[in-house]
Design a binder for this molecule. Structure first.
Ligand code: PMP
Length: 310
């Protein structure tokens, strides 16, 4: 059997088990109807290799439980309980590289009816090694997708609902087949929403601009953090609707999210952004973020959960 790409232990049905034992029936409601919600959390190996640092773990857990409320996936765990299970699981897996942590609240019943009420839910957590998800060494190329971002009254866009990610998958495939690294999705109003799995910022006249949380975006934790970092560094930040044509004339554009981290954008729909290179605001935010998660001294240290690994 091929070696699992996952770390050896998972949390499944209330306890820690070897990853091979964390399996579900093919009739599972979440598998059939996409009735799950998840978090995506990175663990960064500290510069000295002795700790795993997690950025804003309590915030990720709060959003997970809130996503669960939206899809009525009730589990007997408060956000801090799930955070504590993750800390223990990281210690048990004792990774020696950067990791990605995937907590998953899902409808575990075998009912046939596509509904939410009364179907029991479970919590599962697994982990895997993960380096950079997009190549951050050069600015990426984006294209505006023909797939529109799901609207909140179609599939709640601020919840990380598994079924909703079909929307991201369609856009990501189209982007790849068009020769782009990722897609920018517009919402039904034709305003810029976000990328397939990341929020988007532009810089115009020196001000940092991002879509508001009512633009059918996921309320990104990295997004919220970068707004704070930028304001504290004296950069003007605006949360407002962004037109497609503003993308083409921005001085800088970047994506941000747990998976993507902070990725400078070099072109959109074939038009070069700024001088095509990473801009100064993007660079400042990247440096603030990466030094923090790798354990360097920072005023944002409060956002890091450090887990000693033996
Ligand atoms: N938008 C989407 C659709 C995402 O999947 C993600 C990744 N979770 C983000 C934005 C970024 O969110 P965060 O910064 O909380 O990872």
């Amino acid at each position: 059997m091929a070696e699992s790409p996952l770390l050896p232990y998972a949390f499944f049905e209330g306890k820690v088990v070897p990853i091979a034992e964390a399996t579900v029936s093919i009739a599972t409601h979440a598998l059939q109807y996409g009735t799950g919600c998840f978090a995506g959390v990175r663990g960064y190996l500290d510069n000295d290799g002795s700790t795993i640092n997690i950025f804003r773990l309590p915030d990720h857990m709060r959003r997970l439980v809130q996503s669960g409320l939206i899809i009525r996936a009730d589990v007997p765990y408060a956000p801090d309980d799930i955070g504590a299970i993750i800390v223990d699981l990281v210690k048990k897996n004792a990774p020696k590289q950067n990791i990605y942590i995937r907590p998953f609240l899902y409808k575990a019943g075998l009912e046939l009816t596509p509904k939410l009420a009364g179907i029991p839910a479970q919590l599962a957590i697994y982990m895997m090694p993960l380096g950079d998800y997009l190549d951050l060494s050069h600015p990426i190329r984006l294209g505006v997708s023909s797939w529109q971002r799901i609207e909140d009254d179609i599939i709640p866009s601020r919840a990380k609902v598994t079924g909703g990610y079909i929307n991201s998958c369609l856009a990501k495939d189209e982007a790849a087949e068009g020769g782009y690294d990722d897609a920018i999705m517009l919402n039904r109003e034709g305003k810029v929403a976000e990328a397939s799995g990341a929020n988007l910022f532009i810089v115009r006249n020196g001000a940092l601009i991002t879509a508001p949380i009512t633009a059918d975006i996921l309320e990104g934790i990295t997004r919220r953090s970068l707004v704070e970092f930028a304001r504290n560094a004296g950069v003007t930040v605006e949360e407002r609707a962004i037109d497609r044509s503003e993308l083409y004339i921005a001085e800088e554009v970047f994506l941000c999210g747990t998976g993507v981290q902070i990725a400078a954008v070099g072109s959109i729909d074939g038009r070069q952004i700024g001088n095509g290179q990473r801009g100064p605001v993007t660079q400042m935010l990247q440096e603030t973020f990466f030094s923090l998660v790798h354990g360097e001294e920072s005023q944002y240290r409060k956002y890091i959960t450090s887990i000693a690994i033996g």
